[in-house]
Design a binder for this molecule. Sequence first.
Ligand code: PHE
Length: 466
Amino acid sequence: MEKNRHSFSSSLGFVLAAAGSAVGLGNIWRFPYLAAKDGGGLFLVIYLILAVTFGFTLLTTEIAIGRKTRQSPLTAYGELKKGWGGLGIMACIVPMMIMPYYCVIGGWVLKYAVDFMTGDWIKTAADGYFTSFITSDAEPVIYGVIFLAVTCAIIYRGVNKGIEAFSRILMPVLLFLIIGICVFSLTLTHEEGGVVRTGMQGLKLFVIPRLSGMSASDFLVVLMDAMGQLFYSLSIAMGIMVAYGSYVKDDANLMKSINQIEIFDTGVAVLAGVMIIPAVFVFMGEEGMSASGPGLMFISIPKVFQAMGPAGHIIGILFFVMVLFAALTSSMSILEAIVSSFMDQFGVSREKATVIEFFIALFFELLVCLGYNKLYFEFPLPNGVKAQVLDIMDYVSNNILMPIVSIATCILVGWVLKPEFIVDEVTKNGSKFGRKRLFIIMIKYIAPVMLLILFLQSFGVFNFLK
Ligand code: PHE
């Protein structure tokens, strides 16, 4: 099987594919909101510091595990060390849980893109439009299934003709679109009740650090938010980077690629802030920025487009196409983690593995959609959210399984195999391992402790500090 394994044709192909995974809905709807909430520039500085230490350590570890073992997430951990196969099972369950609801959200983005492209876009800004759409019977299912089917069709084509070929087109277009919308956003001005608000004022809210009135516990919140965001944003702890790493050639310079992936992901997150915060500020004021998640993307942003007048139609099309591409390259990577696992574990073909996962994801996707209508219930989660199916799947994967997978990976690499194992893999072709000492300290001590704090805080253990 080893001999037939595909590989990315070049480092650029790998970087674009991995960046495609990393750049997703989290960059666009979560990063800008957290930055605005958590002291603007302060959040940015902390995020950047964490990216080059914590993010770099975990990303390097997963990619190196993939390249070293040439195995999928499901089979790689057991291959590294006898008795650690359970970690592989968990690292494979995470993408299987995420896939169905990610496709449902991808379907929502598709629906909005279609609304804007067909010219029927004003309705998206109406109160209650989003809720009535996601609670309806057929539409969310249809769009979600189309999104899933497109993702499957790409993965079915394989690593080179699928993942790599599509990332090479979608990622540059995405970058181009986001930069264009940023320029537009910064030049906006709007007058309301005699007050003129400009895009540049909005930008200041995003980049200038606001430290006044910040207590130690507020600072902890900023730190935790930045760490949780980084973790999600780099697509770590769900087997994806192991799967992609397994397709990287032995002579590739891993460190260089990892730096480029991080710069791409962080760059797009910052650009998303430059795009969204000024626009929302100009048309909705500071209060408008308190929405996050689906509320920001599907409720506030359409209102901003409406307020822009005819220009909003064009910008709206560009925006939702851009988000669609970001979501698609991420869903491709989630599916690849699963498909490669089925292939390596059960020896089935890529085509068969893709079709099997299509039906599994389809079943759970229907469940997620039904969660908003026939199966509606409210389940109180430890973090205070009144959850239905989508929120529960998101909570279990992101807040419980992902931290466990990464803590266990740190223990396996830092203490059982020893960090030199990763260093050797990275440097085996003569490439340099920059920040080596930092890596060793991070993987052994700092990362597992930080991850444990993050894990405990998702149950509110440190709330007493507030
Ligand atoms: N990293 C992606 C983002 O920032 C999210 C993602 C989640 C990607 C799960 C793949 C799998 O939005």
